[in-house]
Design a protein around this ligand. Structure first.
Ligand code: ADP
Ligand code: MG
Length: 496
């Protein structure tokens, strides 16, 4: 029997696609919990017309931290639908996984994909010739990965153990398969993704749904991307894995994975969970005192300044612009600080090539928070500074949202409001925003009471310097950070 075989592996970057067949679907063996649809008879499933049978084999860690091979068999939809398993070498990082596909009834019973040689970082132990590993080499590999997993678990534990944690956690353990970047070894990331238990949906954005989940008894947040949003998932994963990305005011990344067999694919991003949710939701009900407001403002600006900063050197950090700064993309931590989230639209500046690595997706930012030059389509996409300046404009609006919820000594605060609420409809169009922000050059008003409170008056001045019409005139995030530090110091002196 001849199989139309397709093989993907960590070393095969360009898979050849199987020819698409029309007509009836085919019957495939299915095994492995995630591959078999509910009620599939006798361990089989049927594909849609033009679909394929597959077998995948990947290395995962079991509960004892030992490497085991996980075999899954099932049905795949036709090539053109969504992110295909047979093309999963497009995943931003390479991991030990191999898939073979075929297109005759039950043909996958005969598929035995073999994993490629592991990268040298995983284990020094050589494999026996002919693809089979000697028992000694396997044991050494298992030991190595178990050690890595233990390190990772320890790292995760330390990262979330309370107030003694330094602002930037220690460097992550050596990366098992990507060689660089922030975060856990990729094999461990995949294993974390397999071990999470989803509890409840806690948020919906335009690009996915966020769930509260647990991983070994710890709460984590899991963003499940819509299948059409693979570019956002890819981008966000890439950004989180940027070297030196970790910061106490940037949402803590834990793992990313793409799961899916059978007729569905799930793209996951696992991060720290923050029970207070987004700043937007938090400010609806909570009134801040001056200290609380300044702590939040300072932390947001610290996160943004870190993002914007480039750190030179062999293990340096590229400058990153967020492009969707708004109160819904900022989370409130238990210690009263904030963390910036949602990097699906971010861009990086590649200093060596003097280039902006533009996100390959078509997503645009949130119209309400768009800088005038973005609304005007005058932003020079080849100039990285321009993206930073647009971020600072949006930051100004967030500072204003914070100010309204900060009570003065008389206990007064304004009700929560979105920027430009009342000036544009709830879901404003480009034209709505353009008319107000560009043509009329309107900006949110500072309530009269702010003038009588030095911190709020200072905040109003800063916001105005952030949302200036002329981008180069705007403050940099670092400058805003320094000014807020001064405001904090002054208001602390007054409190004593
Ligand atoms: P999208 O890209 O779809 O906009 P976000 O990452 O912005 O997704 O998340 C959507 C919403 O989910 C946020 O506005 C927030 O309310 C909630 N959320 C996201 N991440 C977390 C988290 N780590 N902890 C708690 N809530 C979160
Ligand atoms: Mg969002």
């Amino acid at each position: 029997m001849r199989f139309e075989r397709h093989m993907m592996s960590a070393s095969n970057k360009k898979p050849t696609l199987l020819p698409l067949r029309k007509g009836r679907g085919i019957l495939c063996e299915c095994s492995g919990a995630s591959a078999c649809p509910d009620g599939a008879p006798n361990g089989t499933c049927s594909t849609q017309p033009g679909g394929y049978c597959f077998v995948s084999v990947e290395e995962v860690l079991d509960d004892n931290g030992l490497v085991v091979l996980d075999r899954t068999a099932g049905c795949l939809p036709p090539d053109e639908s969504g992110f295909m398993q047979c093309k999963s070498s497009q995943v931003p990082h390479q991991h030990p996984k191999v898939i073979e596909c075929c297109s005759r009834d039950l043909c996958n019973r005969r598929l035995h994909p073999a994993l490629p040689e592991p990268p040298p970082e995983v284990t020094e132990a050589p494999r026996a010739a002919g693809g089979g590993a000697s028992p000694g080499a396997l044991a050494a590999a298992a030991l190595g990965v178990a050690l890595l997993a233990a390190l990772a678990a320890l790292w995760l534990l330390l990262r979330r153990r309370g107030p003694k944690r330094p602002p930037s956690p220690p460097a992550p353990p050596p990366d098992a398969s990507s060689g660089s970047g922030s975060g856990l070894p990729l094999l461990v990331q995949r294993t974390v993704a397999k071990q999470i238990q989803m509890l409840e949906s806690i948020g919906k954005g335009r690009y996915g749904e966020v769930w509260l989940a647990t991983w070994r008894g710890e709460k984590v947040a899991v963003k499940v991307f819509f299948t059409t949003e693979e570019a956002s998932w890819f981008r966000e994963t890439e950004i989180y894995q940027t070297v030196l990305m970790r910061h106490e005011n940037i949402l803590g990344f834990i793992a990313a994975d793409i799961k899916g067999t059978g007729s569905w694919t799930q793209m996951l991003l696992i991060t720290d969970y923050h029970e207070h949710g987004s700043l937007h939701d938090y400010l609806q009900t909570v009134v801040l005192d001056t200290n609380g407001m300044l702590t939040m403002a300072y932390s947001i600006v610290s996160g943004l300044a870190h993002l914007h900063m480039d750190i030179f050197g062999t293990k340096g950090k590229p400058a990153i612009a967020h492009r969707d700064i708004k109160s819904k993309n900022i989370l409130v931590k238990r210690n009263g600080q904030c963390a910036i989230a949602d990097f699906g639209l971010a861009v990086r500046y590649v200093a060596e090539r003097d280039e902006v690595d533009i996100a390959p997706n078509t997503r645009v930012g949130t119209r309400r928070y768009m800088a005038p030059e973005v609304l005007d389509e005058r932003l020079d996409v080849t100039n990285f500074e321009a993206f930073k300046m647009a971020d600072v404009y949006s930051l100004g609006l967030v500072l204003w949202e914070l100010g309204r919820r900060c009570a003065t000594e008389d206990g007064r605060a304004e009700p929560y409001a979105l920027p430009y609420a009342g000036r544009v409809p709830p879901d404003p169009s480009f034209e709505d925003m353009h008319a107000v922000v560009v043509r009329a050059r309107e900006r949110p008003a500072a309530p009269a009471r702010w003038a009588r409170s030095p911190p709020l008056a200072g905040l109003a001045r800063l916001a105005a310097e952030c949302w200036h019409h002329n981008p180069p005139v705007r403050l940099t995030a670092l400058r805003v950070k320094k000014s807020l530090a001064r405001l904090r110091a002054d208001s602390a002196v007054k409190l004593v």
